[in-house]
Ligand binder design. Structure first.
Ligand SMILES: NC(=O)c1ccc[n+]([C@@H]2O[C@H](COP(=O)([O-])OP(=O)(O)OC[C@H]3O[C@@H](n4cnc5c(N)ncnc54)[C@H](OP(=O)(O)O)[C@@H]3O)[C@@H](O)[C@H]2O)c1
Length: 275
C-alpha cells in the first residue's frame, strides 16, 4: 500500500532520529555562550541532546539558547560562575529538575589568565586562573557524579590545551596541564561505574580568547606566530574540534577513557573524518 505524505514524513523523522548521535541525552556544557562551547552546544542540540548552557554572562547563553529553540531543541540557560561551588550545585540541580538526569558533562569554560612572566603574576590572578580553568572541572564533576554513578553511565569531556610550554601564560598552562591529569585520575575512579572521562586539546581556534591573546602584543605572547597561523589557515573554526567532543560524548567512544587527544594529531583528524 502506498503511504501518504504524513506517513512518509514520519518515517523520515524516525530514520533521522536513528542517526542522531545524542538522542535524548542530557548534556551540560560550561562556557557555552561563545567560541568552542557555543559550537559544542549547537552540535549537541542538532544531534538530539537536551542541552544545559552555563556561563557567567546571561546574554550570550540566552542567545545560544534562542538559536537552539529556533531548531525546536530543548535547552536551559543557567547563568553560572563555574568557579563557585554553590552556583555549580544550583545549576546541576536546575538541570536535574528540568530534564531528570545528566548524561554528559563538558568542562569547557576557561579564561586565559595573566600574560606576564612568572615573577610578575599577582597571586590573586594565579588563584583565579586555576579556579576557573581547573577547580571548576572538579566542582562540576563532583556535582554530576552521584547521578552518573547511580545510573551507571556517563561521559565527561574536559577541554585542555597543548602540553608545549607557552612562556608568559604559566597560570593558564599549569591549570590546563592539571586538567589532563585530573581526567586521568577521574577515569580510573569511575571506570567501574561505566563512566568515561577524556580530555582534548582543541588546537588553535578563532575565538575571543585567541583574539585576546593575539591582541596582547608580540612582546607578551608572539602575535607574529598567531598572525602566521591565521594566514596559513591554521586558526580553525571551533566547529571543527566540536566534532571531536561529539565523538567522545557518543556511544562510538564507549571504549575510550582516560585519553588526552589533540585535534592537531593526524590520527584524531582521521577518527573524526570517519564520523
Ligand atoms: N581558543 C583557542 O585557541 C584555545 C586553544 C586551546 C584550548 N582552548 C580552550 O577551549 C575552551 C574554550 O575556549 P574559547 O576559545 O572558546 O574561549 P572564549 O571564546 O573566551 O569562551 C570562553 C567561555 O568560557 C566562559 N567562562 C569564562 N569564565 C567563566 C566562569 N567563571 N564561569 C562560567 N563560564 C565562564 C565564557 O563565558 P562568560 O564570559 O559569560 O563567563 C565563555 O562562554 C577553553 O577552556 C580554552 O582554554 C582554547
Amino acid at each position: 500500500m502506498k503511504k501518504g505524505l504524513p506517513g512518509r514524513v514520519f518515517e523520515l523523522i524516525i530514520i533521522f532520529e536513528k542517526v542522531m548521535r545524542l538522542q535524548n541525552k542530557v548534556a551540560i556544557i560550561t562556557g557555552a555562550g561563545r567560541g568552542l562551547g557555543r559550537s559544542i552546544a549547537l552540535l549537541f542540540g542538532k544531534e538530539g541532546a537536551r542541552v544545559v548552557l552555563a556561563a557567567t554572562h546571561p546574554e550570550e547563553i540566552e542567545h545560544v539558547a534562542t538559536e537552539l529553540r529556533v531548531l525546536r531543541k530543548q535547552v536551559l540557560a543557567v547563568p553560572t560562575d563555574v568557579s563557585d561551588e554553590e552556583q555549580v550545585n544550583r545549576m546541576v540541580r536546575k538541570a536535574l529538575d528540568s530534564f531528570g538526569t545528566v548524561d554528559i558533562l563538558v568542562n569547557n569554560a576557561g579564561v586565559r589568565g595573566p600574560i606576564a612572566p612568572i615573577h610578575e603574576i599577582p597571586i590573586a590572578e594565579w588563584d583565579h586562573t586555576l579556579r576557573v580553568n581547573l577547580t571548576s572541572a572538579f566542582l562540576c564533576t563532583k556535582a554530576v557524579l552521584p547521578t552518573m554513578i547511580e545510573k551507571k553511565q556517563g561521559k565527561i569531556i574536559n577541554i585542555a590545551t597543548t602540553l608545549t610550554p607557552r612562556p608568559n601564560l604559566t597560570a593558564y598552562m599549569v591549570a590546563k596541564a592539571g586538567m589532563i591529569h585530573f581526567t586521568k585520575q577521574l577515569s580510573r575512579e569511575v571506570k567501574e561505574h561505566n563512566i568515561q572521562a577524556n580530555c582534548i586539546h582543541p588546537g588553535v581556534m578563532d575565538t575571543r580568547m585567541q583574539e585576546e591573546i593575539r591582541q596582547a602584543g608580540p612582546k607578551a605572547i608572539g602575535t607574529d606566530m598567531f598572525e602566521r597561523l591565521k594566514e596559513e589557515g591554521m586558526l580553525r573554526s571551533p566547529d571543527e574540534p566540536a566534532r571531536l567532543v561529539l565523538f567522545l560524548a557518543s556511544r562510538a567512544a564507549d571504549g575510550i577513557t582516560g585519553e588526552y587527544l589533540s585535534f592537531d594529531d593526524k590520527e584524531t583528524k582521521f577518527l573524526i573524518s570517519q564520523m
